[in-house]
Design a protein around this ligand. Sequence first.
Ligand code: PEP
Ligand code: MG
Length: 577
Amino acid sequence: MEIRKGIAVSPGVSIARALVIDSREQRIPRRSILPSQRANEVGRVSEAFLGAIQELTTLQSGTNIDQDNIRDIFAVHLRFLQDASFRRRITDFIEKELTTAEYAVSTILREIASHFAGIDDPYISERAADIFDIEKRLLQKLVGKARDMMDPLGEEVIVIANDLTPTQTAGFSKTQVRGFATEKGGRTSHTAIIARTLGIPAVVALGDITGSVSADSRIIIDGNRGVIVIDPSEDTIQEYREYAQNLRRLGLKLDSLRDKPAATRDGVAVTLLGNVEFPDEAKMVKEKGGQGIGLYRTEFLYLYSGTEPTEEDHYQAYAETVRSFEGKPVVIRTMDLGADKVPHGHKLHEANPVLGLRSIRYCLQNLPLFKTQLRGLLRASVLGDIRIMFPLIGNLQELRQAKMILRDVMEDLDEYAIPYNPLVPVGIMIETPSAALTASMLAGDCDFFSIGTNDLIQYTLAVDRANEHVSTMFTAADPAVLGLIRSVIHDAHKAKIGLSVCGEVASEPEFIMLLLGMGVRTLSLAPPMIPEVKQIIRSVTIEECNFLARKVGAMDSQRQIKNYIRDAAMKIMPEAF
Ligand code: PEP
Ligand code: MG
């Protein structure tokens, strides 16, 4: 028996035989062509794109795929294939380098994939899997080989692979594939999103496992705790059967909460909003009972398409989301680019990019880019309850500058009589210690704060949020971080402006009572976690939360705080731990 720990990306527990998928990368050799063959190879590229587009269109409207999220992912692949500049990169490569269409497709797609993979944002970096998926589809059209679809399976299996593409995952039969475990991946990959949509337990980032699992190994996959057990003992199997039974009961109970209010036992209402990266994900927020969107990360518009978004691209993306939310709040954060999140042609070379020209600083030095987004955003503001949020504000001057640009854009729109909401609420993310420490000053110039704990922890504790070597030091359960959060809440309440928390802590069960006890009443979190967080809220009284927050306020070490809040959450929802 061997236990391996990875990252839990889709909850649930299953026990089944392993199916190891050998996903060694197909290498395309460089083959040169004669100048006279250029036109022929360029023509083959066009045919391959056409074939892939037709195939995806059929898949997207296929009757056997009834999950909207999956259809949306095919739509994203389609948009990519329909992007003329992307195709031009491939044909230009053929023209210049005189290579086969296969080699050009493979080289350009891998270039794009490695650009994504190198971006310091897990959500964006994991988009590389989608690019590999598109590469595979195009190569299959060029080479004419059957895609590596799953053969019909005779029995239930847990798929073990180095990595899986989103469409491979979408092709899994839920009744036969009872889980998947991969060596690579992260919690925000499309593959993970699909796993959650299909309700298939999944654990990723397990390191080298394909070598440790044989074809007849038995596997337990625990998608709640991010664990797989290879060849478990009979006692372990029994233990997990009971655990799975408890989880099933909990799932049924949580599903029944969807339309119930998120209020504590003593009647204090809490607003639960969703964090989204793509307009398509807004649907999941509603399915899980979210009351709006508290953080719409707009970076995908710049990074995923490979081209700079136009005002119309911005408008369409925001309009689609806000229309689907019918009067509910949709907080759109202006682009958080910079550091490694830079679109093509804007690459900066900085020694410390996280401390460099990122986010609002980048916007204020790239006004045309910023104004294009603000125009799209303002135009969409007449369609519903859109709110604008500026990221990484470090001081009052920066906030005032950003607001001045916003006013300039409003004046431009006035000149052309283009409608927008002149009273659109404007808020800021509090994610730097300087903003937290001057929150009382900032509050006078904005309508709301949203505490971004991911960056606030990083900058307060000087711990890189993406560096696995210091990951155990990265926690909100630290007296310094909690002290800042507490004072921001106090300042927001005093100034009577809106306040929410949108960093990952808002989705971590052990932090919910503490946040409520510190005075937070709006949380914005990953959509799949909404029911669980709602259940915690509905199980406690504000008095209990206040008591817990007072106790934690007197503690002086991370370990003490972590243990205390975890014990309290376990008492409320033991099934979730
Ligand atoms: C944060 O920093 O907490 C946050 C929500 O923003 P992001 O994770 O996009 O940096
Ligand atoms: Mg942030």
